[in-house]
Design a protein around this ligand. Structure first.
Ligand code: IVH
Length: 664
């Protein structure tokens, strides 16, 4: 069915506004720039033809983007426009011809710069001092992110120029810093950034400049508004460099559009050798008077254009699709590729994320596909080419059983993931043990992937509890395990028994509980037993612990297998409670407690041990010497006795409060 122009305009406005929102506000683009530009062009053409249907909220009527919450809003004195995109040399030639026609000149000089793939900012200086830095926002007004910008080492806080000055530039993150950041985030169980641009935008939005400082952001300045300054953009850049701004050395003054095209081609080849991402080149009219004459549209200047590189895509064959089983049992399909060179590296694998993605792509084994590696670290399959099928391609089977242990798989209600529910699945067991021993968890040096695989395969480890029962005689018999490594391994296993409580919680490998959540839980709870017995209400009322995490904790501790492993750890002497600092060891000294009834969070032995550890005394019967009666469910006769003697009667929660207040 064909849509009427009016309907299509409405549809395009809705779509493009959504894409803009995802791009600017969520930093989570859902279509490529190229596709966006095609739809945008279609809308412009329709609106020109049918101006009566033009909508007030059409993206053609705005500069684009939106303002974030949480920072002071500042209006731009000069709007921060966007730029028209071109994708071919033909379009660049058209751009050149249009300018020549409008300005009525034979030849135009251009400056060609790299198009940094980061976040645009405007910087204000007064009396040589940096006084204000603002995001682009919606182009009319942006956010005051001065404090965050001050953390950028290459941004000069003082310059050698006393006039009021505004310059603009691009904040970006280097590729190596991006990878480091994502690795750390992975360890902490946090969501990964898709690419360095998103990481930059995310960092500039942080409300704590101290964290921003750790992100090692960079900046290049590409524009300056100088009073009575030079006559050309090239000279402006030279001047900005001279007074202390970081201006990229990679730029060229071109006599004509042919030189421009040549320089663009050169960088299309070389771009991957840079330590940061660029997504194209920017071509600017050099003469500032000519820039003024050409002026701007509501959206972009007529004197500049972006030449966007096609995201590097190559085609190759999917030889197979294998299924990996993670620590929590998630089955992830991975495409095994005919090795192919793309964006500077050879790739032979690409993630397919999940089985819905395979369906969305319509992928079969043996298919020729487009693979892309743009900014992201892990390459992805972007498109199947069904036209070149031979007929020998095979459907990718959706696993009904786990490829490692053969258990029937389950599909979570809300998730797209397929999971192996068998907690004893060797793949899961290995991943869980590797996680348990990792640095942020129990930090058992020498127990990495290689040895875990061997120890599980040989039957020495069936869960992480077994780690503490490994014997020297067993280890020494393994191939390539010398007596020294065996002793070192046992030493670091022993050392791990006193890991801080938060690392222990993290090590258990509870779904959705990363190291940050573990730290929060360790603040709130004193021991594993207390955490184990916590109700959903209590857990989800903790700041930063959401219902999904709370549910996951409950699920973890209601699993018999998990409880058995915890018992194993306890028996082996692994510390499963909060460290009681030396100076806190006597906070209950001089106090005598009696316990009656059933407690929620402790067994009798547990609470007795705990009180003793804090210097208190526990007796069996109530007397005048008793300070507190801790009263649980269905108390015995001790309650009556305490009442008659006028002894303080407290609940379990009140006892915990008492301890907490004394700990401070
Ligand atoms: S000049 C609007 N120069 O590209 C014209 N912009 O699509 C003034 N960008 O948000 C911009 N590298 O952040 C200019 N060398 C460069 C650039 C550059 C990246 C970004 C800029 C802007 C976007 C426009």
């Amino acid at each position: 069915m064909n849509k009427s122009p009016k309907e299509r305009i409405e549809e395009l406005v809705k779509l493009l506004n959504y894409y803009n929102y995802m791009y600017y506000v969520e930093n989570n683009p859902v279509i490529s720039d190229y596709e966006y530009d095609q739809l945008y062009k279609e809308l412009v053409e329709l609106e020109e033809k049918y101006p009566e249907y033009r909508l007030p909220d059409s993206p053609t009527q705005k500069v684009g983007g939106a303002v974030l919450e949480g920072f002071r809003t500042v209006e731009h004195k000069i709007p921060m426009l966007s730029m028209d995109n071109t994708y071919s040399r033909e379009e660049l030639i058209e751009f050149d011809q249009r300018i020549k026609r409008m300005a009525d000149v034979k030849e135009v000089e251009y400056v060609v710069e790299l198009k940094y793939d980061g976040v645009a900012v405007s910087l204000h200086y007064e009396n040589g001092n940096f006084i204000l830095g603002v995001t682009r926002g919606d182009g009319i007004k942006g956010d005051d992110i001065t404090e965050n910008l001050k953390t950028i080492k290459t941004l000069p806080l003082k310059i050698d120029y006393k006039e009021t000055l505004e310059v603009r530039g691009e904040v970006y993150m280097r590729k190596d810093d991006f990878e480091k950041l994502n690795k750390e985030r992975e360890k902490r169980g946090e969501v990964l950034f898709a690419n360095p641009r998103n990481a930059t935008a995310g960092s500039l939005k942080l409300l704590d400049p101290k964290i921003v400082a750790q992100r090692n952001l960079q900046i290049f300045i590409y524009q300056g508004f100088l009073k009575d300054g030079p006559e050309t953009h090239w000279e402006v850049l030279e001047f900005l460099k001279k007074i202390g701004f970081p201006v990229s050395p990679y730029k060229k003054l071109c006599k004509n559009i042919e030189e421009v095209i040549e320089y663009c081609d050169e960088w299309q080849e070389k771009r991957f050798s840079l330590p940061y991402n660029i997504d194209g080149m920017v071509v600017k009219v050099n003469n500032l008077n000519l820039q003024k004459t050409l002026g701007t549209t509501t959206k972009s200047p007529r004197w500049a254009v972006a030449y966007k590189f096609p995201a590097e895509q190559v085609t190759t064959i999917v030889k197979d699709v294998i299924v990996q089983v993670g620590r929590t049992g998630t089955l992830t399909p991975v495409a095994i590729l005919e090795p192919v060179f793309v964006s500077g590296t050879t790739v032979s694998r690409a993630t397919l994320h999940n089985f819905d993605e395979i369906q969305r792509l319509g992928l079969k084994i043996g298919d020729r596909v487009f693979v892309e590696k743009s900014g992201e670290i892990i390459p992805k399959v972007v498109k199947v080419i069904p036209e070149v099928r031979t007929g020998n391609e095979k459907d990718v089977p959706i696993p009904e059983v786990c490829p490692v242990c053969g258990s029937k798989v389950v599909k979570d209600k809300e998730e797209v993931a397929i999971r192996c529910p068998n907690i004893r699945c060797p793949a899961q067991v290995k991943e869980r043990i590797i996680h348990f021993a990792s640095r942020d968890a129990m930090n058992i040096e020498g127990l990495g992937e290689k040895w875990v695989n061997i120890l599980v395969d040989k039957g020495f480890l069936t869960d992480y509890g077994d780690i503490y029962y490994l014997k020297y005689e067993d280890l020494i018999r393994l191939e390539r395990m010398g007596s020294k490594s065996a002793r070192n391994l046992l030493d670091s296993i022993e050392k791990s028994k006193t890991r801080p409580f938060e690392n222990l919680i993290y090590a258990l490998g509870i779904r959705h509980i990363g190291i940050h959540a573990s730290e929060i839980l360790a603040e709130e709870f004193n021991s594993i037993d207390e955490l184990k017995n916590a109700t959903f209400e209590r857990l989800s009322s903790i700041h930063e612990i959401g219902p999904i995490m709370a549910e996951s904790i409950i699920e973890f501790f209601s699993n018999e297998e998990n409880l058995k492993v915890i018992e194993k750890l306890k028996k082996a002497g692994v510390k499963m409670e909060k460290e009681i600092k030396e100076e806190k060891k006597d906070i209950l000294s001089g106090l005598t407690f009696v316990i009656t009834g059933t407690l929620k969070n402790y067994t009798r032995n547990e609470i007795q041990d705990y009180i003793k550890k804090l210097g208190g005394k526990v007796t069996d019967s109530v007397s005048k010497k008793t300070d507190y009666l801790i009263c649980g469910d269905q108390p015995g006769s001790k309650l009556q006795k305490a009442k008659s003697l006028g002894i303080k009667i407290i609940t379990e929660e009140e006892f915990e409060e008492l301890v907490k207040s004394k700990m401070k």
